[in-house]
Design a protein around this ligand. Structure first.
Ligand code: HEM
Length: 522
């Protein structure tokens, strides 16, 4: 099999689509040759990288586990290298110094995103925070979210919702004591319920909440898979309108399902308002994020108003950006802690001292749990759940590390490789939370040896929320139960690459209660 045929097979195309591709190949080869001549004339200092094939460039040799594949290439070609993905140049950066050049020294130039075709479909044309181009509109929606919706004081005000969801999960796990449960699945469901109750928890109750949870879970998993799938429409934008793999069509179907749910929630909210039926309607206090966003929309910013489409795009960011990232990180943490019994003992000792076995964990305990904080930092060092950040895109050609980085290229910052660099970290492959006790590292992105949430203008917008959900849920699981693997099994820490990194095989473990009183589990 030729690399081209392997590539076509990888894209799962049927015979008729392959014929269209072959016809279009003639056009593309001519175009590719023209680009090669042009790039030879224009610039001689592109970063080094493996030679590619005509038309498809390096697509045929891409390994699906991009983070490890890129780290391997960096060992051969150095900390900045170039791949040609169809018509799109991709630049891979794998050192703290060069990450600083991109995300700090040339912050504004690199503050745009390279938006995949399916992301445009799912996120209302890219009107959300993650995919919006850098500019006044992105600034406005990010400000609304970070300063108001995801601020510490707003998060404090919805603690009751988080607490209720976490306690529901503890009660469920207690009902399963002695039998193995899928830890990742339960974590995902809990985080998703936390996120959706913060979004519209004040208005959706009872059975509808449970039904929505299940509906979202399937849709979120399908959507993140599509966002990570290689798409010929991205590699050859001229072919995008043919949607040769049908990924655009699939994403449209999913996006419609989400849109209908958002419409239902918004309509419910507006009806509540119209009837004056909202609890505390006379006060200006908002019970959930959706009420808050609708209020911001009504109050209006004359220059950059918040539209209903913006609101839906933001809801999508919260559901997709807020659920899998946090829940996968928590699953990695539990797997690592179970793999090192001495870490488990230290974490539980700390919890017993701070919380006590006659009590359940409250968020107010969290700031006293320094070893737990170190576990979170160490988990995100070894398993940064967005291992290549969200791809950035330069708005103009720029020089990085002495090489020319073309305008419009897709920039991958391999934070995963930096976090495992033996010249920075002692025994980098070892899970050792102690390295973060009394250390200078935080999540601000100011130190390019450690930046699991990114850095600069496009740094994660949900750090405060991620930190709370991770620490509170992990503390509760470790405090409430001892965890054992099914007999004869070992913890499998193998990673699976996707837009969000996850454990290749789900963690299945058996809980045993460790609190003094069964009433603490209700
Ligand atoms: C452990 C959990 C999480 C991790 C490790 C994480 C990490 C990241 C990273 C690495 C980026 C990209 C930064 C860049 O491209 O430079 C990002 C972007 C983003 N994250 Fe998170 N994230 C987490 C949880 C959350 C949560 C809970 C939310 C919100 C509910 C959220 C909302 C966002 C948004 C909106 C962006 C886009 C920011 C922009 O482009 O301006 N994230 N996150």
């Amino acid at each position: 099999m030729t690399p081209l045929s392997i590539f076509l097979e990888n894209l799962n195309m049927d015979a008729s689509t392959s014929t269209i591709v072959t016809l279009l190949a003639l056009f593309a080869i001519t175009w590719y040759a023209w680009i090669r001549v042009k790039s030879k004339k224009g610039s001689s200092s592109l970063p080094p990288g493996p030679r590619g094939l005509p038309l498809i460039g390096n697509l045929a040799s891409l390994d699906p586990d991009l983070h490890t594949y890129f780290a391997g290439l960096a060992r051969t070609y150095g900390p900045i290298l170039k791949l040609q993905l169809g018509s799109k140049p991709a630049i891979i950066v794998s050192s703290p110094d060069l990450a600083r050049e991109v995300l700090k020294d040339h912050d504004i130039t690199f503050a745009n995103r390279d938006v995949p075709v399916v992301a445009r479909i799912a996120f209302y044309g890219g009107l959300d925070i993650v995919w919006s181009p850098y500019g006044p509109e992105w600034r406005m929606i990010r400000k609304v979210c970070v300063l108001k919706m995801l601020s510490n004081s707003t998060l404090d005000s919805v603690y009751g919702l988080r607490r209720r969801e976490v306690q529901n999960t503890v009660a469920y796990m207690y009902s399963k004591v002695g039998s193995p449960i899928n830890v990742g699945e339960q974590t995902f469901l809990t985080i998703l319920n936390v996120v959706t109750s913060m979004l519209w928890g004040g208005t959706v109750q009872g059975e509808e909440r449970g039904r929505l949870g299940a509906e979202f879970r399937r849709a979120v998993a399908d959507m993140t898979e599509l966002l990570g799938a290689p798409n010929i429409s991205d590699f050859f934008p001229a072919l995008a309108r043919f949607d040769l793999q049908g990924l655009g069509r699939k994403m449209s179907g999913l996006a419609t399902r989400f849109d209908q749910i958002f419409d239902r929630m918004i309509e419910k909210q507006l009806n509540f308002d119209a009837l004056g039926d909202r609890e505390g309607a006379s006060s200006s206090e908002c019970k959930d994020f959706l009420q808050f966003l609708l209020k911001v929309k009504d109050e209006g910013d004359v220059k950059t108003p918040l539209s209903m489409t913006h609101i839906k795009a933001l809801l999508m960011d919260m559901v997709l950006g807020g659920s899998e990232t946090s829940s996968n990180a928590i699953e990695f943490a539990i797997a690592e802690v179970m793999n090192k019994p001495e870490v488990m003992i230290k974490a539980q000792d700390e919890l017993d001292n701070v919380v006590g076995k006659d009590n359940i964990v409250e968020e107010s305990h969290i700031y006293k749990l320094s070893y737990l904080h170190a576990i979170m930092k160490e988990t995100l060092r070894l398993h940064p759940v967005l291992p290549l950040l969200v791809p950035h895109c330069p708005s103009e050609t720029c020089t990085i590390g002495g090489y020319s980085v073309p305008k419009g290229s897709r920039i991958f910052i391999n934070v995963w490789a930096v976090h495992r660099d033996p010249s920075i970290w002692e025994n980098p492959m070892e899970f050792k939370p102690e390295r973060f006790l009394n250390s200078k590292f935080d999540y601000s992105g100011s130190d390019f040896n450690y930046f699991p949430f990114g850095s600069g203008r496009r740094i994660c917008a949900g750090i405060a929320m991620a930190e709370r959900m991770f620490l509170y849920f992990l503390a509760t699981l470790l405090h409430s139960f001892d965890w054992k693997l099914p007999a004869g099994e070992k913890v499998d820490l193998t990673e699976k690459f996707g837009i969000v990194l996850k454990l290749k095989n789900p963690l299945v473990a058996t809980p045993t209660p460790r609190l003094s009183n069964p009433a603490l589990y209700q």
